[in-house]
Design a protein around this ligand. Structure first.
Ligand code: NDP
Length: 292
């Protein structure tokens, strides 16, 4: 009988953490100051629209200014409190400085930093010079620039008890053949940002960091890459970008440590954690079949 009490307590406490789901309050986003990177297309564009519907004050950035203008005008129609855009190339350090300076000046601070931009690339790793060139480029865009932007924004975020959303991928948690550079850059994000979160917690800096682990999402660029490189793959499994953006806005708003979208991404993550060899071999064979 004496043993049953601690077991019961353990079951109740673990059930609480397993089933407990904080609910997102959409009204908390109204007038919040949000910076979305990679907002000229795909998931970033949808993120800008989601924040706009909730009445946020936005700064959006990417390289293609014309597309940003179109996104900004739709953001206004959807209800954004304000929208500013700044064209910037995330490979250029001065541009990254410019984006954070611009955000601080126009918004007077920052509540949400949504790091989403990335180079998506399929290429077999042969070890040739071209692979190495792409590796440097992809690490700069997909990883170093995230670290740089977050570092420059941390004082503003700390002042507002703000939030960082880091858009990653299942390729940041498990092996993805034919995407070695991309996978390396996404793994690096998890290593850096979870360690940074630990440091911030220890220093009692009240900034949440949410790692967004995404599966296949229906964006023009991702679908084009699949068509070109994995022509026999079914793309119906790709989840809508709008639903993905909505899930990111909610989970980053709640400050959860890690979110998965769609649910299948969580399944892959957990299967890989417990049966890495099985999943690595199975997924590897599948990917190579899709090339034919
Ligand atoms: P897109 O290619 O549609 O969007 C990428 C965005 O990043 C664009 O706005 C692009 O704008 C911007 N960008 C790219 N390079 C640079 C650069 N050097 N400087 C500044 N901005 C840049 O991709 P998705 O929307 O599909 O992906 C968005 C995020 O989601 C990425 O982090 C990706 O890794 C992640 N993800 C996507 C998945 C999918 O299936 N779609 C799956 C898993 C993760 P511009 O060209 O105008 O600069």
């Amino acid at each position: 009988m004496g043993n049953i009490v601690p077991i019961l307590v353990l079951v109740i406490v673990s059930s609480y953490f397993f089933f407990w789901n904080d609910t997102f309050q959409p009204e908390t986003i109204r007038n919040q100051r949000v910076l979305v990177t990679g907002a000229s297309s795909g998931i970033g564009e949808e993120l800008a629209y989601q924040y706009s519907r909730l009445g946020a004050r936005l700064v959006i950035t990417a390289r293609r200014e014309e597309l940003l203008r179109k996104v900004a005008s739709k953001c206004k129609e959807l209800g954004a409190s304000s929208v500013e855009l700044v064209a910037a190339d995330m490979t250029v350090q001065e541009d990254r400085d410019k984006v954070i300076r611009f955000t601080g000046e126009r918004l007077g601070g920052l509540d949400y930093l949504i790091l989403n931009h990335a180079t998506l690339r399929h290429a077999a790793w042969t070890g040739h010079r071209e692979n190495l060139t792409f590796l440097h480029q992809d690490m700069e865009v997909n990883f170093v620039s995230y670290v740089d932007l977050a570092s420059k924004a941390i004082d503003m975020l700390s002042a507002s008890s703000g939030h960082i959303g880091v858009v990653s991928s299942v390729c940041g948690k498990m092996s993805c053949s034919l995407m070695t550079q991309y996978t390396a850059s996404k793994f690096a994000l998890h290593g850096f940002f979870t360690s940074l979160r630990q440091e911030l917690n220890a220093r009692r800096v009240n900034v949440t960091i949410t790692m967004c682990v995404l599966g296949l999402i229906d964006t023009e660029n991702a679908m084009r890459l699949i068509k070109e490189n994995l022509p026999t793959m079914d793309t119906w499994i790709a989840a809508p970008a709008q639903d993905c953006a909505q899930a990111i806005v909610e989970q980053v708003g709640l400050g959860v440590y890690e979110m998965h979208f769609p649910r299948m991404a969580m399944f892959y993550d957990y299967v890989h954690r417990f049966f890495p060899e099985f999943l690595e071999n199975y997924a590897g064979r599948q990917i190579h079949q899709f090339q034919k």
